[in-house]
Design a binder for this molecule. Structure first.
Ligand SMILES: C[S@@+](CC[C@H](N)C(=O)[O-])C[C@H]1O[C@@H](n2cnc3c(N)ncnc32)[C@H](O)[C@@H]1O
Length: 205
């Protein structure tokens, strides 16, 4: 397991790490009091680590992949679990996050319903999903314009391929999904290049 400071330093050197840092700061910027956060589909736990350090709060990571969780720093609590059956009682968390996860799921509404159950009244659900602007051709154009090579190029084009397969989120799609799951969409914005990532913030009406 890596040392916490090394983990943060190494992980936020990558383009994706910088995106997650921006997302963490945005998630904490709504001015709400947050004591406990859960990041769903956390991978190696970078987002809960960023939330914990930036927000002075406790943040837990959850993922279905044990091997990814093993790479998380020791000070970040992580748990094995699935978005479709979150292993927590109702109204447990002040903040729920999921980056690059919900759009991949066969039944995103089911996962959002679970989020609705475990979010405290007054809490926030902050998601990052690819937007309608991310496609293999738009990602290739950005990679060429920025001279991206190697892993950076591969990961951008891989993300674009997954967005084409599963569908990027328009504002209307995000609003509809949140409404069906019992949330109210409060804010959405586009980030990453020409707006490849859609950030959404929602609450319980
Ligand atoms: C594209 S990765 C994103 C990882 C991380 N959130 C990030 O932005 O770097 C998707 C993650 O979601 C996890 N995942 C996929 N299906 C899941 C599910 N049903 N419940 C929880 N995690 C899931 C995968 O194991 C993987 O770690």
């Amino acid at each position: 397991m890596p040392e916490f400071a090394d983990f943060l330093e190494i992980q936020t050197r990558t383009a994706w790490g910088k995106t997650l840092l921006g997302f963490a700061e945005w998630s904490l910027s709504a001015g709400k009091r947050i004591s406990l956060a859960l990041d769903i589909g956390t991978g190696p736990g970078l987002l809960p680590a960023l939330l914990a350090t930036r927000g002075n709060l406790q943040a837990i990571g959850l993922d279905t992949d044990y091997n990814l969780l093993r790479a998380a720093p020791a000070s970040i609590p992580v748990t094995l679990g699935c978005a479709a059956a979150l292993p927590f009682p109702a109204a447990s968390f002040d903040l729920l996050t999921a980056t690059n996860v919900i759009f991949l799921l066969g039944n995103p509404l089911h996962a959002l319903g679970e989020c609705r159950r475990i979010l405290k009244p007054g809490g926030s659900l902050c998601l990052l999903n690819p937007s309608e602007h991310l496609s293999i051709s738009s990602a290739t154009a950005l990679a060429d314009a920025r001279g991206l090579t190697g892993k950076n190029r591969e990961s951008l084009l891989g993300w674009a391929a997954r967005a084409e397969k599963h569908g990027g989120w328009t504002e209307a799609h995000a609003r509809n999904l949140h409404t069906l799951a019992g949330f109210q969409l409060e804010e959405t914005l586009l980030r990453v290049g020409p707006g490849f990532a859609r950030f959404t913030r929602a609450s319980i009406p």
